[in-house]
Design a protein around this ligand. Structure first.
Ligand SMILES: *Cc1c(COP(=O)(O)O)cnc(C)c1O
Ligand SMILES: [Zn+2]
Length: 392
């Protein structure tokens, strides 16, 4: 078992590049590069049910991940999270098949661990000595932990008002922490500049091909956990969009392999009312977003005013017949309380935002009672204790 990675492909024009060198965005169009695999060969040589029998979190899907030598995998046990049937909430909302993908159980408490494990493992394999990472918070914490584990140097750049938990996990694991007076975009510009000056590799969301590959494993797991069936809808709290883009790619690969049948689920992008560039572009029928001015939300993971891969998020939402909607901070915090009291799930505000979105879509009749619907709880509420006094 190991990677069937074949080449990289520009998501704008389709031009291909060898996968054997450290890569950022596509040289042709300066857009996202996707990793492409030899799926016909993989389909002949790898048995779906053998993959299912493996243990080992997300690396059970090693053939569909980019790392060529297993010795290069930097892991803390990411992935393999439960898909919880939410029967109590389902009853309340009149839904018969409602599930929560509980990503709060990942190392460093969020699904960022998946993308970071894949990207850092591959960057190390391709010879990166050190890394820079701009982050709204949780990606920095994850990168700090995985770099410590992999023995790599890391400089993180994040807004100075990120949650305490994110600062502490960066300090605890020994990365260099730079707090930026600004938002994720400002942190990104600084990280890229420092990377250029110091010969480090920058891990910005979707500006290198492999974080999306790690997050893709959420889609692979969901299909496996549903008995190799595709769900009807996935409700996803959307910031930079790596999760939506990765899962859509996962379902397309599974369909191409013939490991599942049907069509990909409707992707529903939930954003915060104080930062909703994707919702606006979706409603206006535009192929890309405009920067959202004065972005503000207490859901730090959703505070991404101008996602680099906006065009891919919008494609995933539109091609699957999904939708995009924004919810308020107050509603998110209330929904944290509801997820806790109804299902015992200690969710982050971003994850709770999906419940708010779900209720609205059920009310409007966009989602049907018997559809298989998945709420993505992207992280643990334990990183957001500062919000909880308000939820009781
Ligand atoms: C980063 C983050 C998000 C947004 O994820 P994207 O895939 O970048 O859209 C949502 N929730 C949490 C907790 C996050 O850390
Ligand atoms: Zn191109």
């Amino acid at each position: 078992m190991y990677s069937y990675l074949a080449h990289l492909e520009c998501t704008q024009c389709g031009k291909t590049y060898p996968a054997g060198a450290l890569s950022t965005v596509s040289p042709c169009c300066s857009k996202v590069l996707f990793a492409r695999y030899d799926l016909p060969k993989l389909g002949r040589e790898v048995d779906r049910d053998a993959v299912e029998r493996r243990t080992g979190g997300m690396w059970r899907f090693a053939e569909l991940l980019p790392v060529e030598d297993p010795a290069n995998v930097v892991t803390l046990g990411e992935g393999g999270t439960p898909l919880l049937e939410a029967t109590n909430l389902g009853k309340r909302l009149g839904l018969t098949r409602l599930f929560i993908k509980e990503e709060g159980l990942n190392p460093t408490g969020t699904f960022k661990a998946r993308g970071i494990s894949a990207a850092i493992s591959r960057a190390g394999e391709l010879g990166a000595a050190g890394l820079t990472m701009p982050s709204a918070g949780n990606a920095a914490g994850a990168a700090a932990a995985y770099c410590a584990r992999g023995g790599m140097e890391l400089k993180v750049f994040m807004p100075q008002d990120v949650p305490d938990a994110n600062k502490k996990e960066c300090l605890l694991t020994g990365s260099e922490m730079n707090l930026v007076d600004g938002l994720i975009g400002d942190a990104g510009r600084l990280a890229v500049a420092v990377a250029g000056e110091q010969g480090l590799f920058d891990l910005s969301t979707l500006k290198e091909p492999y974080r999306a590959e790690g997050k893709k494993t959420m889609g692979l797991e969901i299909a496996l956990q549903l008995g190799w069936k595709l769900p009807g809808a996935i409700v996803y709290p959307t910031g930079g969009g790596t999760g939506i883009i990765g899962m859509y790619k996962a379902f397309q690969e599974l369909l191409e392999l013939g490991w599942v049948e049907g069509r990909p689920p409707k992707f529903i992008a939930v954003q915060a009312s104080g930062c909703q560039p994707i919702v606006k572009a979706f409603q206006e029928g535009k192929p890309a977003s405009e920067p959202w001015p004065d972005a503000e939300t207490l859901a730090d993971g959703l505070r991404v005013p101008h996602p680099f891969a906006d065009y891919l998020i919008l494609q995933a939402v539109r091609e699957t017949g999904g939708t995009a909607l924004a919810v308020g901070d107050r509603e998110m915090v209330e929904a944290m309380g509801e997820l806790g009291s109804a299902e015992g799930v200690v969710a982050c505000p971003e994850g709770a935002a999906t419940l708010v979105g779900l209720k609205r879509l059920v009310h409007e009749g966009f989602l049907q009672a018997d559809e298989t619907i998945i709420l993505l709880n992207t992280g643990s509420g334990y990183k957001y204790l500062h919000l909880m006094a308000d939820t009781i």
